[in-house]
Design a binder for this molecule. Sequence first.
Ligand SMILES: *Cc1c(COP(=O)(O)O)cnc(C)c1O
Length: 400
Amino acid sequence: MIWYPYEQMKTMKKPYEIKKAQGVYLYTEDQKLIDSVSSWWCMIHGYNHPELNEAMKQQIDRFSHVMLGGLTHEPVRKLSDKLAEWLPGDLDYCFFSDSGSVAVEVALKMALQYFMNRGETGRTMILSLEHAYHGDTFKTMEAGDDEDYHFVLNAYGKSPYVVHIPTEIERLEEAFDTYHDRLNCLIVEPLLQGAGGMRMYDVSFLRRARELCDQYGVLLIFDEVATGFGRTGNRFVADLVLPDILVLGKALTGGYIGHAVTVSNKKVFDGFYDDVPEHSLMHGPTFMGNAVACSVALKGIEIFERENYMEKIRRIEEISKREMLGFTEEGIREVRVMGGCTCVEVEDAGILKGYQQFAYESGVFSRPFLNYMYSMVPYIITEEELVKVFDTMKAWFHRV
Ligand SMILES: *Cc1c(COP(=O)(O)O)cnc(C)c1O
């Protein structure tokens, strides 16, 4: 049987069975649903996109996969060239992997080994944020900070290798004061913390983080697995503040197939580039640089640029603000909007109990968690469809 994610299998309600998906719509036997969460935030071009389908089919007819151990191919070369050209600064060195969690693991390993390669073996610590989410593998759980997901780590007691701080500049400065010579990196989900509750914070925090990292020689890692490809209203937050290592996943392949990339700048790459074999980055996921994944990623980026997605996202943000900012009802703590993300935070998780089924019956697929009702819509959504998503949210508070 299927073991579902984040579910108590004994009490879970039956999942909706999808028969067909097209554009922003999911189809069950009896319902047509706007997918307001883009299948965990990755389906930015919508479902069943003819050009993305075609890109994959064409590559499958050439070959689906060859390993990158001793072999290479055009799709992976083209994608790394494209990313190097497209991403800001000298974020030019692309290490591929099969999921966001693994790509974050790679980033954390890179940061640790960067200093070990220089003989700085005391830099074993990571600075990260409260409410951070960086994935579900062990080191990413440790860098993350979410009791609701990762309480299993309590089995080990508190890790001496990670310090978590809130997104306050004063606390950032304090942490650097105390730990600067033991830190190898600061890792953040920039501007928007997703799974930790759609928490939004100001770019001034990131600017100060960049200064402090420069001052103390600490590497700055942006986990843009969720925020990349326009979700915050910026193409990448890295366009505003340049990290040393950038992690992309989710929307990288337009949600078609699992793939992710850890992109480093020249400084980090050069920390591995010498005559010592032991200074190599010892990592190599079986499916890294998968040819089908790279082909669909390239096509996705082409569409993102050609169809001016940043303009679409600006429109989504505008409509979201118009429809949702200032919306208040009993039990709502805060409504916040950033780019293609809208969140209604409620006082008590119980308030959202039953919302998913309510939304289903209204023709919207939603997946609230804890105290958060949110939308992260596909960018191809029309105004009418987007308004329907918000009307459904509002109707939940107006029922009875
Ligand atoms: C989803 C997510 C991950 C993990 O990606 P997977 O592909 O699910 O392993 C890591 N970091 C952030 C910020 C994410 O939102």
